[in-house]
Write a protein that binds this ligand. Sequence first.
Ligand SMILES: [Zn+2]
Length: 127
Amino acid sequence: MPEGSGIAFVFTKQRRKMDSKSQEVFKNKLLKEQKKLEVDLKKMNKINDYGSSEEANVYQFEEREERLGFGNKIKNSLLEIEHSLKKIEDDKYGLCENCGEKIELGRLKIFPTATYCATCATKKNSH
Ligand SMILES: [Zn+2]
């Protein structure tokens, strides 16, 4: 236990939640990513609008499909970010939605929107 954080540590452990400082770091990370994705989505919608008024050919169609797929990916990511931000509001961020244990910090750093701990994610994937 780091010196001087005794009370905070106990409090954090009891509530099982992430300390507010780390939570803030992840919140900023998520908000930044959210902004970036929203800009990407806007750009994409503009391209799609333009594309629909163009003469249709197979190549354009495929390209459009690709963009739509990419757009859906962005939308999904935005939903995940919203979900994570909501969890921060509810003080549940960083907790596995399956077993309730803390999600590994290293995992959250790579996937800030992770909803399961590594163990549960592996279990879910193997199903
Ligand atoms: Zn879990």
